[in-house]
Design a protein. Structure first.
Length: 97
């Protein structure tokens, strides 16, 4: 039972902004500094990858314990915290650590 309590997951996330002019590094840092949960650890760096028409997306990671729902975090970010700055955010991969 002790081992299960310490299990964590690595989540790969993609964040797409509304506009191409948006400062994605600033948005990445705002996500990391604003969204807090017990056991949630945001990755230190991110990658900016092209989507289309000059728009780029943020590819970032987070480590969460089993007690935290990444789906709930994403929903809160999209609906409550950054609805005007983030068009979509999705988890592209999740793996146990």
């Amino acid at each position: 039972a002790k081992k299960e309590a310490k299990q964590r997951s690595l989540c790969n996330l993609e964040v797409k902004p509304w506009e191409e002019e948006q400062d994605l590094m600033e948005l990445f840092n705002k996500i990391k500094s604003t969204v807090k949960r017990d056991g949630l650890v945001w990755g230190e760096n991110c990658a900016l990858k092209p989507v289309a028409y000059g728009i780029k997306k943020i590819c970032m990671t987070a480590v969460i314990p089993m007690s935290v729902s990444m789906d709930e975090i994403i929903e809160e970010i999209l609906e409550d915290i950054f609805p005007d700055e983030i068009q979509s955010m999705e988890m592209t991969n999740m793996s146990l650590l």
